[in-house]
Design a protein around this ligand. Structure first.
Ligand SMILES: *Cc1c(COP(=O)(O)O)cnc(C)c1O
Length: 376
């Protein structure tokens, strides 16, 4: 927390706005919309709820197809299943680790041939790095299919001078506890289509018709954000730029000290600005002589939490029957990244010494490994 959260929470208490609506909700929506340069924003209870609403607004229903990035957290795809629709997973490309335009193009070619076209494409901006939005948008526009931009991890990032999350028909942010700013739990749906967002508010408040009695002509959801949590979000938004700067500095420190022919840090595409939500890198075991598992185990022994990169969704047991389009016939980029990638501790509140400690233990692991190798 930054310190100002209690001020906004107190305002909510003093005015007795303890509800999923109120002045903090209105202000948080306006402030996020202004920050990213979207016409409007709707505050909801989670990023997952925002994705679900976006699918509803695009009319995704039973049996429809939705294309979705494979290398992501499962929340990107779960709402497709909530709607009874069918996810088709698209691989990453090496320059952003995000959706591969050429794999997307192949998926569209098949859909044109065998039908039907997808109702939406969910593009994820992994670890704060924007996908190649220009190329992906051009392909989707050609087929007239709207993009839902899952920017849950990329608030504060930019693509060609414009905020990440504002390139699709809808953009989605998350304020879950692990994200770059948090309300403990929460999300935001942004768009330039005010009419659709008005409908999102309606669907997110149980789809109550405009009548004095409680009347309902459709099924809705209870997806609005609490006025208390929106207060936390307002104070968090004030420090977002500092957080991005801190995370980028942490990334740079790791990169300066751990660079090695066998180690590749997640790239930053030219003309983009990543928020470096997590420092992610890959290790080529053959070159570096050390494996991802060894690094993870060594850090874990020191009570330092690090993680592999997201397990691609097409490899998840629950999705193993679903269609998947790799980057090309020979290469599944997301699988390579999963097999060789890891995320280092990257919290904005890490002190220089903390980062140094992580670096020290990784270097020690490499040294020990080399010593062992020389005995054999
Ligand atoms: C966190 C996350 C979500 C879901 O957000 P919640 O607020 O936790 O529901 C969706 N997509 C990605 C890529 C995420 O990292």
């Amino acid at each position: 927390m930054s310190g100002n959260e209690l001020k906004y929470i107190n305002e909510a208490f003093e005015t007795n706005w303890i509800a999923p609506l109120g002045p903090n909700v209105d202000a948080f929506e306006a402030e996020v919309a202004q920050y990213v340069g979207a016409s409007e924003a709707v505050a909801v209870s989670s990023g997952t709820a925002a994705i679900h609403l976006a699918l509803l607004l695009l009319g995704v229903g039973m049996g429809d197809k939705v294309f979705c990035s494979s290398l992501t957290f499962i929340a990107s795809a779960n709402p497709i299943i909530y709607q009874g629709a069918e996810p088709v997973f698209i691989d990453s490309e090496p320059e952003t680790w995000n959706m591969s335009p050429q794999a997307l193009e192949r998926a569209f070619c098949d859909a044109i041939k065998n039908g039907p076209l997808p109702k939406a494409v969910i593009v994820v901006n992994l670890y704060g790095q924007s996908a190649k939005m220009e190329e992906l948008s051009a392909i989707c526009n050609q087929y007239g299919v709207p993009i839902i931009e899952d920017a849950a991890e990329s608030l504060g990032a930019m693509y060609k001078g414009k905020a990440s999350g504002t390139f699709g028909k809808f953009g989605v942010f998350s304020f879950n506890g692990n994200k770059i700013i948090t309300t403990s739990g929460g999300g935001m749906l942004v768009s330039d289509d005010r009419e659709s967002l008005q409908r999102a508010r309606f669907l997110a408040t149980q789809a109550r018709d405009a009548a004095p009695h409680y009347q309902h002509s459709q099924i809705g959801f209870n997806y609005r954000l609490s006025n208390i949590l929106a207060g936390i979000g307002r104070a968090q938004l004030e420090v977002l730029d500092e957080r991005v700067a801190a995370r980028r500095a942490i990334f740079q420190r790791y990169k300066n000290e751990l660079s090695d022919p066998g180690v590749t840090f997640m790239p930053e595409l030219i003309d983009t600005f990543s928020n470096r939500w997590l420092t992610a890198l890959t290790i080529n075991e053959k070159v570096s002589g050390i494996s991802v598992t060894e690094v993870l185990d060594a850090l874990s022994e020191e009570n330092i939490e690090a993680r592999p990169v997201w397990k691609p969704l097409h490899l998840q047991p629950i999705f193993k029957e679903r269609k998947y389009y790799p980057h090309n016939e020979q290469e599944s980029v997301s699988e390579t990244l999963f097999n060789s990638g890891l995320c280092l501790p990257s919290g904005s509140n890490m002190k220089d010494e903390d980062v140094e400690t992580v670096i020290h233990h990784i270097k020690q692991t490499a040294i020990k490994r080399k010593e062992r190798a020389s005995y054999v």
